[in-house]
Design a protein around this ligand. Sequence first.
Ligand code: BTN
Length: 240
Amino acid sequence: MRFLYHDTVGSTQDEARALYLSGERGPLWVSADEQTKGRGRLGRHWSSPSGNLAVTCLHPTTAEPSQAALYGFAASLAVAETIERYRPTKLVTLKWPNDVLVGGAKISGLLIEREAEALLVGIGVNLLSHPANTPYTATHLVAEMHDFDFQGPEPLFTGARAFLAVLANEVAMRFRQLEKGSFERIRLDWMIRAHGLGESVSVNGMTGIFTNLGPDGALCLRLPDGTESRVHAGDVSFGA
Ligand code: BTN
């Protein structure tokens, strides 16, 4: 595995894309201590101050676009598994499609982009701080480690590089599983952490019961008239 570290960049997605266009084929992790133009899903801004993890995994693939979406589930599961090593006793859940929550508050988000035969898997994890004024509740890793006394300097293990070393291993393991054709194992491990499974959710103007994660990564909803709807993109909110 190879890693590139920057102090400040616009977006690690753009750095990784530029490297791909100049011949880099990965796998390569491109990280930055700080991003000035961090991007989120659906064209949103992603706040990326120093101390949090901002990284893009440039991963070679010839997968069909429908298969490419599965990488997001593999990567977000790997993020959850990494966070569980730090916060084993508090519930880490996965919000469809690719958010990671701790105690119901967002700690990580993913942005997956495609460039010819590569995926740019962008991962942001709030380690030392989280933004205020987000439309959703947010948190950061250090805040969730209640039983640690952080009055002195931060221990190294909450630093972005230490976190990335563990995360990169977990992601590599899950990507290998996916590429061997075992999305089912990822799907089941994702499902046991699924936020709001069996509950009422609203997405794209529909409200129904979140019943399943489909084999293609679709959010399966049971609508009030008893029919099933499968959603492939959108923003989920919980409660009727
Ligand atoms: C979201 O939840 O909306 C996705 C956030 C993705 C943020 C990461 S940080 C590293 C990479 N570079 C970016 O500009 N975005 C992704």
